[in-house]
Design a protein around this ligand. Sequence first.
Ligand code: JFZ
Length: 500
Amino acid sequence: MKHKLKCAILAISTIVAVGHANAQWTGPKLKPVKQVEVKYGSLTPPNRTDTDMESFRKYGLGQFIHWGIYSIAGNEWNGVSARSGAAASEWIRSWAGPTAPKDWKNTYDNLYKQFNPKDFDAKRWAKQAKNMGAKYVIFTTKHHDGFALWPTKYSEYNISKTPYQKDIVKQIVDAYSAEGIDVYLYFSVLEWNNPNYMGKVPKTEAEKKSFDQFLQYTKNQLLELLDNYPKIKGFWFDGTWDASWKSAYEFTYNLEKELREKHPGLIIGSRFRNDEHGSRHFDSNGNILGDYEQGWERKLPAEFEWVSGNDWDAVMTIPPNGWGYMKDWSGIYTKTTADLLDLLMHAVSMNGNFVLNFGPDGNGNMHPEEDKIAQQIGDWLKVNGEAVYGVRHAAFNPSKLGYFTQKDTNLYLTVFNKPVNGIVRIAVPKTAMEVPGTATLLLNNQQLQLKQSDLGLDLDKNTYYDVILPAKFQPESAFVIKMKLVAPKSKTTKLMDAKM
Ligand code: JFZ
C-alpha cells in the first residue's frame, strides 16, 4: 500500500518534472493538452519558406560578438578578478560582494569615457569570420548596461560620447556584408541604469508613465536600427524576461508587426515577446513566437525530436560562461576546437545553426585563443564544409561514432570516435529505400570500401553497411565520410528466428 502510494507520487512528480524540464529546454516539448484563445500569438507561419529564411537554414556556422564597455575591464579590475563576484564578464557592472571595487557601479558607468579601441578594424574581424567559415554574425548593439554602440538619437549613453566617436555598428554591418556574411543585431531590451526601466509590472500612474516612455524608447531604437542599417537580416533579442516587458504583450505584438512591415524578410527569434497569458518562446498553444527557437543557449538538444521541427540556433561560449572579453582564461575549462566542432556537427545534424561567441578586448583585439580557434575551425571547414552548409538532418539511426548530415542523395558521417577496428558501421533499417552505395573520405576524396553486413541479431530491424578505413589512416581530427545514397540492391532476406 505504502509502496503503491509512493509509486503514484513518483509517477506524478515525474510528469511534473517533465513538464518543467520542457520549459527549460532539456527534454521533448509536449503540446499543451488543451487549446486556449490566443490573440497575441505568432505573426509568422512556422518554418517560413521565403529566401531569407532558407538562407538562415543553410548557415550552419555563425559568429556571435559581445563587445561593449565591459570589454575594457575583461572580467577584472586593478588586478582583482570578478570571477566570484559577477555572473559573467559582460555582467561585470553588477559585481558585488567582498571582492567588488569601491563605488564600482559609478566607475563602470564612467568607463565609456575611456572607450577608444585603437586596434578596431571591422574588416579584419569580418575577414577572420569569413576564413573561419561563419555565414552570419550576431553583434551586440546594446547589452544590459544600456550602452549603445551606434550613435542613437534616443539616448546620450552611446558611442558618439566616447573618445572613439565613430559608429561601430555601421562598420560591422558594412564590413561583414561586404564579405558576404549576413548580419543580425543583438539587442537587450532590459537596461540596468535606465530610470524608466523596471523589472516589475508598473502599477502606479508614475510607474506606468515611466515604463511607457521606456517602451517608446525601445521602439524608437529598433526602428532607428532598421533605418540606419537596412542591410541587416534580423534581430537577436535578449533581456525580455522581466514581468514589465511580459505585461506589455499588446505593445510588443504591434511592435513586431511594425518591424516586419518596415523590413520584409526580417528574422526574429523566439526570445522577443510573449502572448497575453505570459507564454514566452511558444504561445499558450505551443506555437513558436518568432521565426526560430532561441532557447538553445550553451546547451543542445540531446535528441532530434526535442526541436519539434522548429528552426533554431545554439549560441556558445568558449569558456564555461561569460560572453564579454575575459582576459584570464586560466583555471577554467575552455572548449577546444575539437569540442566546438563536435558541438557544431551536433547542432547541424539536428537542423540548427551553431553560433560561436567571441569577446574582443577594449582595444578591438580578439583573445589570442579565439584567434587560434577561428583559424583551426576554418582549416577544418575548408576540407569538410560540405557536411555542414546547406545540409539537413538525416533520418538514420544516431551513430555513436559521430553525426549524420544529408544533402539530397549525399549522406555525410562526421566521425569523432574512430573505431579501433577501422570499420565504420552504419545501421540502416531493413525497410530503407535509400542506402549507402559508395563511400569516400572528404579529406582526400579517397574511395573507401563499403560492404553490407548482416549481424544476424534476432529481431534486428537493421542491416549494416561497413565502411573500411585505410589501415594507415591516423587522422588528427574528426573526418567526414561522404556516401552516395542509392536504392538497396536487393531486399534483405529474413534470417531464421530463434525458437525458445
Ligand atoms: C543572456 C545575457 O544575460 C548574457 O549576458 C549573454 O548576452 C547571453 C547571450 O544572453 O543570458 C541568458 C539569457 C537566456 C538564457 C540564459 C542566459 N536562457 O534562456 O537560458
